[in-house]
Write a protein that binds this ligand. Structure first.
Ligand SMILES: Cc1cc2nc3c(=O)[nH]c(=O)nc-3n(C[C@H](O)[C@H](O)[C@H](O)COP(=O)(O)OP(=O)(O)OC[C@H]3O[C@@H](n4cnc5c(N)ncnc54)[C@H](O)[C@@H]3O)c2cc1C
Length: 473
């Protein structure tokens, strides 16, 4: 058998899944070609120079959490982990401006043990009535243990069955949990909702802390390009792959591209589900293809919109906030999170998750509504001058996680020889996130190493639950 160093792998798709697979395989000693259709890496988590505002902006603010161990592992591998700004506070603001801060009451050894670490601030918050707090406490208690994998219940039905108040539903379940999973509560599997609750609010204070990049996303992921090139691997941008061909005799994949034919021993398809589906008719015939096509058909997209606003002055001293009872959900103060951005004014990004109605608005309507709502939380908006604005609608932002979706999430094993699947939608147990993408990339890289006969542990371990959570579940 030839050694690892002589083996070549082509990874198709330069999103987080493809980059994390490619970098792990290059580190394992394989020669990797990472092929990306667009002119930059990052996929659905990327930034570019927006011609309308002449600024480099992210396609949308992307946040990660302490529990995202594979994404963190990927950042460490490519040397960009120190570009992430971490915080443990989540400020909720009511229209009118009243603030409540959720999060652990103390970081470190002197706080309450998990899962009680967030309780003091929840009890003190103005955002919830006493009845809301009781309802949330009951729900958290019930979700402390993992939901059985056989559950077919959706989150909305479970909330109704478990006596959640209107305030708890609107201000917590819909705003925090449904927007993290980017779907309506009736379209979210209880299994996934419970996972988010446990990971973000129960397992440990660090697991729920939030990370945001201090540089634009494509700059962050530029670290992957450098990592690969310094290890003798290559990145081909602006290269679309349409019809990979397998040669049984030479055991090689050939990919016709506009840059000529690419050859390799292994293939990793790290594409979104709809791009994988588009490739299927051109893949070598195999009886497993039909089953995969049926799985792909069950997936559904959900949109995310972001409104980017530049004002001539400071609007708020907060880095970020959750905005209650309105269409806009999250405010990110990009000027503060990315202080290298020049200017005396401020740059805010507002994010609207899972709203098909907001996504249907025109640019003018969406910006007008966002500014109007923002003024209800930050009065400085009413006297500030809006200097420029951009709206980004991502209609295919994430895939939904309705009950039963796991049956349609394949593992990294594909129907074709020497070919493996990755992408946030594959079987990682995580919802549509960068962590799911990084996990899928690491799992696909493990599968490649295994098939060469050089098994290797690449998947980063989950964080261990702390405090009382060590004995629960
Ligand atoms: C607006 C928005 C907000 C989000 N917010 C968050 C967040 O806050 N936190 C979080 O964790 N996640 C968030 N996500 C989800 C996250 O971005 C995705 O889950 C993750 O980036 C998916 O990575 P991926 O590599 O699986 O797929 P992708 O990022 O889609 O990468 C696939 C790549 O394949 C390329 N490609 C497609 N077809 C071909 C072809 N034929 N040949 C060559 N290349 C091809 C594409 O151009 C793309 O670069 C958000 C997504 C969006 C859109």
């Amino acid at each position: 058998m030839s050694g690892v160093l002589e083996r070549t792998v082509t990874v198709i798709g330069g999103g987080v899944a493809g980059m994390s697979a490619a970098c792990a395989l290059a580190e394992a000693g394989l020669r990797v070609q990472l092929v990306e259709r667009r002119g930059y890496l990052g996929g659905r988590a990327s930034s570019y120079l927006h011609p309308g505002v002449n600024e480099v902006i992210d396609n949308c603010q992307h946040v990660l959490f302490g529990c995202c161990t594979n994404l963190a592992g990927f950042y460490r591998r490519i040397g960009v982990a120190d570009q992430i700004h971490w915080t443990s506070d989540m400020t909720m603001i009511e229209p009118g401006g009243r603030r409540s801060v959720l999060g652990p009451s103390a970081f470190g050894p002197f706080g309450l043990p998990a899962p009680l670490h967030s309780l003091p601030r929840l009890l003190a918050s103005h955002a919830f009535t006493f009845a809301d707090k009781l309802a949330l406490g009951r729900a958290f208690g019930a979700l402390m243990r993992p939901v059985p994998s056989s559950s077919t219940e959706n989150l909305g039905a479970w909330l109704r069955r478990n006596g959640q108040t209107e305030g708890a539903v609107n201000r917590f379940w819909k705003l925090v949990i449904a927007s993290a999973l980017n779907a309506d509560i009736d379209s979210i599997s209880l299994i996934y909702a419970a996972k988010v609750i446990r990971e973000l609010f129960m397992n440990s204070a660090f697991a729920g802390s939030m990370g945001m990049s201090s540089v634009p996303l494509s700059q962050l992921y530029g670290g992957a390009l450098e990592f690969l090139e310094t290890r003798g691997s290559s990145v081909l941008l602006n290269t679309n792959v349409e019809a990979p061909a397998w040669d049984e005799e030479t055991s090689q994949w050939t990919l016709p591209t506009r840059n000529g034919h690419l050859m390799s021993d292994f293939l990793v398809l790290a594409l979104p589900y709809e791009a994988t589906a588009k490739l299927l008719p051109n893949m070598p015939p195999d009886e497993g293809t039909e089953a995969l096509a049926a799985q792909l058909e069950r997936h559904e997209h959900w949109p995310i919109c972001s409104v980017h606003l530049w004002f001539d002055r400071e609007i708020t001293d907060l880095d970020h906030a959750v905005l209650l009872d309105r269409e806009i959900h999250w405010m990110y103060n990009k000027g503060r999170l990315q202080p290298w951005r020049k200017g005396n004014g401020s740059y805010l990004e507002l994010v609207v998750s899972a709203s098909k109605s907001f996504a249907a608005l025109t640019r003018e309507q969406a910006i007008e509504q966002a500014v109007k709502e923002l003024a209800e939380f930050f009065p400085a908006v009413t006297t500030a001058k809006l200097e420029k604005a951009a709206l980004i609608k991502e209609m295919r932002a994430t895939f939904g996680v309705p009950p039963g979706i796991d049956a349609s999430r394949p593992t990294s094993v594909s129907p074709w020889p020497n070919c493996f699947l990755a992408g946030d939608w594959t079987a990682t147990g995580w919802p549509s996130t960068m962590e799911s993408a990084a996990r899928s990339g690491h799992l696909a890289a493990e599968a490649v190493c295994l098939s060469i006969g050089e098994p290797r542990k690449i998947l980063d371990a989950d964080l261990k639950p702390r405090g009382l959570m060590r004995w629960i579940g």
